[in-house]
Design a protein around this ligand. Structure first.
Ligand SMILES: NC(=O)c1ccc[n+]([C@@H]2O[C@H](COP(=O)([O-])OP(=O)(O)OC[C@H]3O[C@@H](n4cnc5c(N)ncnc54)[C@H](O)[C@@H]3O)[C@@H](O)[C@H]2O)c1
Length: 384
């Protein structure tokens, strides 16, 4: 807070120098003072210049849960967006910007798409994502998450795309990782799904170094929540995730929620996870892209990984209690056995993304996560 005297001197000085003045300290420029009017005009001019040449981004998996939120975030910030999706788990009505229905294995379609649009960046969300399914049918996962990813990287190279953001996952870390898990933790995935994510990261690192691509891999923890206006959210009715299933029981469309294990070495015996709101994930993508663009020296490739989590964990029972509180409905549950490969506690150390990208979660408190997910759930799966 400025003292009254300093404020009066500043007002007098700005009257004398209406376009602005520089405050010196020991003859060195220390501050610039401009009128608020002048400041606003400068900010608007900057916004306009950004809008004049919007970056064009290809969002693969743009009709999916996280891709659609990220695409909307980009559009709202003035980027042009093309969403590519084969609608295997995505929904046409979620896709933002221009929508192209197609599969990453279709090289003719990819060639046409990349030739028609000169993409400045690619955000790669398209993948199969179910851990249990990946254990039953690993090759399905390697084909889609690895082989199709190679097609995409080859297109990026052929069409000189400079910036690439990849949706990775905390499943790349080993079971022995120290909690909170930092990016340096050992990479020993215990599922075929996690292995596909790790293999793609490794390919991306080598590819970036060889061809000057600027790439970021974002390792998400547990994505949750929905858009504030309840127009986008998780639409997979058969999801194995805790929160959507708890909401189904709260809504009455399912009788009981099975908790997988209550004998973990945690305070209440149930597993603890780090929940990150999908809007915070979307913002992380934009921050990552801005970071790549700002730090691109036009020569060397870059590959960076960042955890995207809050650093805070909630147990299954804490989530169920919160669902009861924020929905006003009971959630009946029963205990079942542990699921193979489930770890007791998975919490991110988000220090790197906070330090390097300046990203901070804004929506990832339990109340916002559950109330946005609930509003979306009621709209999608029927009011009652
Ligand atoms: N949901 C999470 O908690 C979580 C956590 C960590 C990482 N991720 C990663 O985030 C990304 C997005 O996940 P999501 O939760 O939004 O899943 P999602 O299933 O809603 O989205 C994936 C989208 O990709 C599309 N797709 C799949 N294969 C395709 C192909 N070959 N060609 C074109 N489109 C294809 C699907 O139709 C779908 O719309 C995935 O890469 C996933 O591995 C998700």
């Amino acid at each position: 807070m400025l003292s009254k005297r300093v404020l009066q001197e500043l007002i007098a000085a700005t009257k004398k120098y209406p376009t602005g003045l520089i405050v010196l300290e020991e003859n060195e420029p220390k501050f610039v003072v401009v009128s608020y009017d002048h400041y606003q005009r400068t900010v608007q001019a900057r916004k306009k210049s950004q809008l004049a040449a919007p970056k064009k981004v290809l969002v693969t998996g743009g009709a999916g849960y996280i891709g659609s939120h990220a695409a909307r975030q980009l559009l709202e910030s003035g980027y042009q967006v093309v969403s590519l999706d084969n609608l295997s788990t995505g929904h046409r009505e979620f896709a933002q910007g221009e929508f192209v229905e197609g599969d990453l294995s279709d090289l003719v379609l990819l060639e046409e798409l990349f030739s028609r649009h000169k993409f400045d960046a690619v955000m790669h969300f398209a993948a199969f994502i179910e851990v249990e399914e990946s254990m039953k049918n690993p090759l399905l996962y390697f084909r889609n998450n690895v082989l199709n990813g190679i097609h995409l990287l080859e297109m990026c190279r052929a069409h000189n795309v400079k910036h690439f953001i990849f949706s990775s996952s905390c499943t790349v870390y080993g079971e022995e990782a120290t909690v909170p898990i930092s990016e340096e933790a050992p990479l020993v995935p215990v599922s075929a799904y996690g292995e596909t994510k790790l293999i793609f990261e490794k390919m991306l690192r080598w590819h970036a170094a060889a061809h000057g691509l600027q790439a970021v891999s974002l390792r998400y923890f547990n994505a949750a929540g929905a858009s504030l206006d309840a127009s986008l959210g998780l639409a997979n009715e058969h999801s194995t995730l805790l929160l959507p299933n708890a909401l189904h029981v709260a809504q009455g469309s399912r009788d009981v929620l099975t908790i997988n294990g209550n004998d973990y070495p945690t305070q209440d015996g149930t597993a603890i996870r780090d929940y990150i709101h999908v809007l915070d994930l979307a913002l992380a993508h934009q921050f990552a892209l801005d970071y790549l663009v700002e730090n691109d020296n036009g020569r060397n490739g870059k590959f960076e990984v960042f955890n995207v989590g809050t650093g805070k964990g909630y147990s299954v029972l804490e989530i169920i209690n919160a669902v009861c509180e924020y929905t006003g409905h009971m959630v009946k549950f029963e205990y079942g056995p542990r699921r193979p490969g489930d770890r007791p506690v998975v919490i991110a150390n988000p220090g790197k993304i906070q330090r390097v990208l300046g990203w901070q979660p804004q929506y990832s408190d339990l109340k916002t996560i559950i109330t946005t997910a609930w509003a979306w759930h009621k709209k999608r799966f029927g009011n009652f």
